[in-house]
Design a protein around this ligand. Sequence first.
Ligand SMILES: *Cc1c(COP(=O)(O)O)cnc(C)c1O
Length: 425
Amino acid sequence: MAALPEACEARSVPSTQLRGGIPLFGMDADTALDVVTGRLGLGCPPERNLATFLTTSIEPEAQRLYRTYLNHNLVDREQYPAIDAMLRECVGIIGSLWHGEPHRVAGSATTGSSEAALLAGASLLRNWQERGATRRPNLVMGAGAHACWAKFCRHWDVEARVAPARGDSPSLDPDEVEELCDGGTIGVVGILGSTLDGRYEPIAAIADALDRLQERTGLDIPMHVDAASGGFLAPFLDPDLAWDFRIPRVVSINASGHKSGMVPPGLGWVLWRGEGDRNQGLGVRVNYLGGDDAHHELTFSRSAAPVVLQYYNFVRYGFAGFHAVHARSRGLARRLAERMRATGRLRLLGDGGELPVVAVTARPPVALRELAAHLAERGWAVPVYTLPPHLEHVEVMRVVVRSDLTPASVEELATTVEEFVAGAR
Ligand SMILES: *Cc1c(COP(=O)(O)O)cnc(C)c1O
């Protein structure tokens, strides 16, 4: 730890004199700790935070590992070759979970699925440009696509060609895919696990539609799967569902290590089927860290700890452990969904059977925003939002059943919802 030089001893009483917007003299570490935690508090306790998909707790051994590697720079491959080897091994493991060939897949650890999506999109765009582009490029996706795809399209100047939502689902309809694609289409994004309702998009059926398009027109359009939430869940719970590299048209996949990969915030993965699918132009050579390596990420320096924890989780839980943890979440989500449905006033958009997410709409006199406020008074954080364009009249409440939610807290939540619904008039 950096200690202060003696000539500049910190005070135990914070100084009120400012310079450059910060206190002129520092304070001792204990006092600073109190000042900061006093300001922040801890927020919603994890077992009551039903809003986030992200990991909210890790076991003590993982915390120790995290602290140990927090100050190791992931990008410093020369200094920490073992960490780099571990990262490569993770890419191979994830590649096999997604039915790629472990020694063929190419990929990166990223800060999250958003950076992963930007890289996957950039690769699709470059590959398309190299096929002789003459028009404005577009990327086809469903109405439920995450904001990271809008970011990619905006910053890379690609048209976001969003399929209009049908019925009450934001899911990409395979029948619309053929109509939306043309010679400017750099790729189609399918989502394995919608952020909005927890449903899987029909990845195989979308690929079939693209096969038909190719037979008819000769256009060969690649697919990317955004498996931010489902990438570390479907391999364990839905082994027979082909959504991954088993589908020849899928060239790349992203997932968030910090969602169902059970790593604390700060980790995503992007994998390509093979080095030939990842556009060579993504790599930038860097020689001043000692090696002469191509870097494929958008960011540079960051902590190695999340990658170390991803590997820890693989060896700690094993295949059976990942299955057990996620199966429990899915089971809890399904039971919660069933109890909400049984109230007769809540309708299920997502029943927990795919991502462990329960998404409901309400019939009068039940108002979801009042229900969420009622839950908030009891300390539960549960979001209510409207669906994207064409479905903006549909208001949804969503509960994410994460691995650290206990059966008892889900039970308590269900009872609270039932009582509120029964009392609504
Ligand atoms: C969460 C999410 C993202 C963004 O992932 P981050 O890891 O938070 O950057 C992208 N797509 C989907 C489908 C998501 O659920």
